[in-house]
Design a binder for this molecule. Structure first.
Ligand code: MCN
Length: 812
């Protein structure tokens, strides 16, 4: 099942884009040849361990490091008092009007979340470093904590930052409040939902790690890092440890997944770098899994009220959304953008909605900071939209598929300007819905659902017609939305004198298969064989600049940077070919790697022959520089807006609360696919994470700020057996905004899946009158909802025999 791969020698040179060529990354990854950060050994390498706060909120009255310092093999023990550099981790990069606090590399007089770094020890080996940390004595004065974002807004709540008058980090609004109020006043029907988009913990296979090697003589810092964005890390780190940017050399070896959590700069990597400067040895730090749970930026954590207004015929008039977002103890670097500019502009979904208004309050709490995690803002938005759409269909008594169809933005209306500040590039929503309905056999399923209900079995069908904004981020759009930085991408294409090619891109893949798909892009543009193309990423010394990989930006922004540079190479080569063939450049055709004079096919040169001439430079056009290498800084015009419909089919056992998947279909439109196998893999991985959120995952804190789900024993990461077998298909609607027409796919499944599953489960439980259950839909949560429901027996008994919960005091 699924897309069949081909080997690279089977690629059709005419159709290299769109080939499901095997990922060239995989042999090294699956044979153990690949090098990860923790594999790196350097002569004289030492190890760092970090002492972390055991309290969510406490005053630090004193730290005694003397016992730690006396341990054999310990090179240094440091606290905030020792730090002689600025030492502040950058926070809240996006948005103006933020209440932004300092985030110290090591806590000074107060800790604000469990896991916050207080002291570090560097020793000859990892175990000694940990022993040293265990010997550090901290005198805490424990303080009351606040962990729930709504409670934190209460006037009596403990302040997370004493310098602010309250715990509000930002208060953001988008859309037209007045027009939305009018829509609700004129509505014939309304529906409403209060929902929690629970906090998640990221779970990349490889924990975060760093090997920092400071060279005191030259002043250079070599830093191997689990990063998604080496250049940004270099830029940010430079200010923290006061080393000039050009003296910092960041390299990401193989990175075992990140899902956003390896994009921010954390205190730990900065500490490893600074410690290497102190001990003048290489310093390695690798997080344990539990340490990752206490320090990796966490995700989601929204409390939301969503409302939708319809007219008599079920056309949507307005949507109103109020969200309180928990951003944790500090505004991590991208944190302010996630519940705001990556959330509110998506609230139109695939629908024509005349009026939308959204208010988001970001609230400081004594919890680990929240930041990027697969989807970042967009899963939260689409969860609200698609839950509301499902409830709205129910309210107006329409089939959920038909309700969606009736309200879709029509294919003739693109580019489509939403009332929430974005313009969708292209879209055609009905074919994806239709294909998904066809794949599940929707009409038959609805009939079977009815029949099964008669037998007391509860089948549910959940639709999710999602939209996504990705390709972060056009500078113009980003700054219009209030962000303080645009996210272009750099691509260099170098054709070597022998005709082989190295292409360099400022993105930094960590599982997405860029070395495969980028080679396909360059091969297609240059007409050079795929196997002759080498791709370089993830190294600040090799790649001139870059903004990294997140926000499903690499294909549409990084790939476009490479395509643009390759096109510039072709244009230069065309001039050389014209000169050599004694023709006008305008009369030179280029196809399949060959330059030929129009109408005279015998007069032609291959791109390899032209390259040789470019380097020999014995006969190139006057004034032209030798060589064949081009650079682009590609800044997209707009986001790209992939979309699709996913449908989950489940059976729910109301007596045990268990949920069984019968089917899961995903129809996604990511524009033309560079590599359909990689696209399929990305959708599978994304859906697995979305199903994880829907059914299993959820971080819990107690009221003191202790993380109750601090290990995989308490936090359920779905295993293969928990993820439904899925069928995927695609429609193809190119984006007009980039030279490849591509839209991102890396987050699609995660954005689509949670509401498909929740819609399916609540559809199954309609006979019990259950419209919403907060995620994760554990058996206990489902069983509890059924138990509390007003219709105790799912309505399948004869009316006169059935009891309602009201009659039984809410219990059965
Ligand atoms: N692609 C394609 N055709 C398209 C679009 C994309 O063939 N029309 C290919 C791309 O060339 C690339 C892959 O699909 O090889 C994903 O591309 P894109 O959607 O541009 O996303 P990015 O490469 O920028 O990856 C980021 C995205 C995000 S935001 C998260 S989070 C995520 C994800 O990718 N984290 C991942 N996928 C992941 N996959 C793995 N294995 N590990 C992670 O940490």
């Amino acid at each position: 099942m699924g897309v069949e791969t081909i080997e690279s020698d089977e690629i059709d040179a005419e159709a290299v884009l769109g080939s499901a060529v095997e990922r060239r990354e995989d042999p090294a990854l699956i044979t153990g040849e690949a090098e990860y950060t923790d594999d790196i050994q350097r002569p004289g390498m030492t190890h760092m361990a970090v002492l972390r706060s055991q309290y969510g909120h406490a005053e630090i009255e004193g730290i005694d490091t003397s016992a730690a310092e006396e341990i054999d093999g310990v090179l240094g023990v440091y606290t905030a008092d020792d730090i002689d550099v600025p030492g502040k981790i950058p926070t809240g990069w996006q948005l103006t009007d933020l209440k932004n606090s300092d985030r110290p590399m090591l806590a000074t007089d107060r800790v604000r979340h469990v896991g916050e770094a207080i002291a570090v020890a560097v020793a000859e080996d990892r175990y000694t470093a940990q022993d040293a940390v265990d010997q550090i004595d901290v005198d805490y004065d424990r303080l009351d904590a606040t962990t729930d974002q709504t409670d934190a807004l209460d006037g009596d709540a403990p302040l997370v930052h004493e310098s602010f008058e309250d715990n509000v980090a930002f208060d953001f609004e988008l859309g037209d409040a007045e027009a939305t109020d009018d829509a609700f006043e004129n509505a014939a029907h309304t529906a409403e939902v209060d929902l929690t988009n629970q906090r998640l913990l990221p779970n990349a296979m490889e924990p975060r790690a760093a090997v920092a090697d400071y060279k005191p003589n030259s002043g250079d810092l070599e830093l191997d890092l689990t990063t998604q964005n080496p250049h940004l890390h270099r830029l940010l780190l430079s200010g923290v440890i006061d080393v000039p940017e050009q003296k910092i050399h960041v390299r990401a070896p193989e990175v075992g997944g990140g899902f956003g959590s390896k994009a921010p700069l954390y205190p730990d990597e900065a500490l490893a770098s600074w410690c290497s400067m102190q001990v003048e040895h290489p310093v390695k730090w690798t997080a344990s899994r539990s340490e990752g749970y206490l320090t990796d930026a966490q995700a989601r954590d929204h409390q939301t009220t969503g409302e939708i207004a319809m007219d008599e015929d079920g056309s949507i008039l307005g949507v109103r959304v109020n969200t309180v977002a928990n951003i944790g103890a500090y505004l991590s670097i991208f944190a302010a953008a996630i519940p705001t500019v990556l959330y509110a502009p998506l609230l139109s979904g695939q629908y024509e909605i005349p009026a939308i208004h959204c208010n988001v309050v970001g609230s400081f709490t004594h919890t680990v900071p929240v930041d990027l995690y697969r989807g970042a803002g967009r899963p939260e938005a689409l969860f609200v939209v698609e839950r509301l759409i499902t409830l709205a269909a129910r309210e107006v008594d329409m089939d959920p598929a038909e309700f969606r169809r009736q309200n879709f933005i029509s294919s003739g209306d693109f580019p489509y300007e939403t009332p929430v500040a974005v313009t969708y590039d292209s879209g055609d929503y009905e074919p994806a819905l239709d294909r998904a309905l066809e794949m599940v056999g929707y009409d038959d399923l609805r009939e079977r659902q009815e029949e099964l209900r008669e037998e007391g079995r509860y089948l549910g069908i959940g639709l999710s017609s999602y939209i996504e904004a990705c390709g972060l981020a056009p500078s113009k759009m980003a700054t219009q939305l209030g962000a303080q930085a645009g996210l272009w991408e750099n691509g260099v294409v170098r054709v070597h004198p022998g005709g082989k090619v190295t292409a360099f891109c400022g993105t930094s893949g960590h599982g997405q298969g860029h070395r495969t798909t980028y080679a396909q892009i360059v091969a297609d543009e240059l007409g050079v064989p795929y196997d002759d193309i080498e791709i370089v990423e993830s190294d600040t010394d090799e790649v001139p600049e870059g903004r990294g990989t997140y926000g499903s930006r690499s294909a549409s922004v990084g790939g476009s940077a490479l395509a643009t540079s390759a096109q510039k190479v072709v244009e230069k080569a065309r001039k050389i070919a014209a000169h050599q063939l004694e023709a006008d450049p305008e009369d030179i055709d280029f196809e399949g790697g060959e330059f030929g004079v129009a109408g005279a096919p015998e007069r032609s040169m291959t791109i390899q022959e032209v390259t040789q001439e470019a380097y020999l430079a014995r006969d190139i056009p006057d004034g032209m520089e030798p060589g064949l290498e081009e650079t682009s800084f590609y800044d997209p015009e707009n986001f790209v807006f992939p979309f699709g419909t996913h449908i989950a089919v489940v059976e729910v056992d109301p007596e045990s609360g268990e949920i069984d998947f019968e089917n899961y279909v995903a129809v996604d439109d990511v524009g033309p696919q560079i590599n359909p196998k990689i696209v399929e893999g990305q959708v599978h991985g994304g859906v697995a994470q979305g199903v994880g959120q829907a059914l299993y995952e959820g971080a819990e804190y107690d009221s003191n700020g202790s993380l109750l789900t601090g290990s995989m024993q308490d936090y359920t990461v779905p295993k293969a057996e928990h993820v439904p077998a899925m069928e995927t298909d695609n429609t193809v609607t190119p984006s007009p905004h980039n030279p490849l027409g591509v839209k991102g796919v890396g987050e699609a499944g995660t954005i689509a899946a949670p509401q498909a599953v929740v819609n399916a489960v609540t559809d199954a439980l309609q006979p019990f009158g259950i419209d919403h259950i907060d995620m994760p839909l554990s058996s206990e949560a489902v069983w509890g909802a059924v138990n509390d429901s007003a219709v105790a027996d799912g309505g399948h008994e004869d009316d006169d025999e059935s009891e309602t919960a009201d009659e039984t005091g809410g219990e059965n």
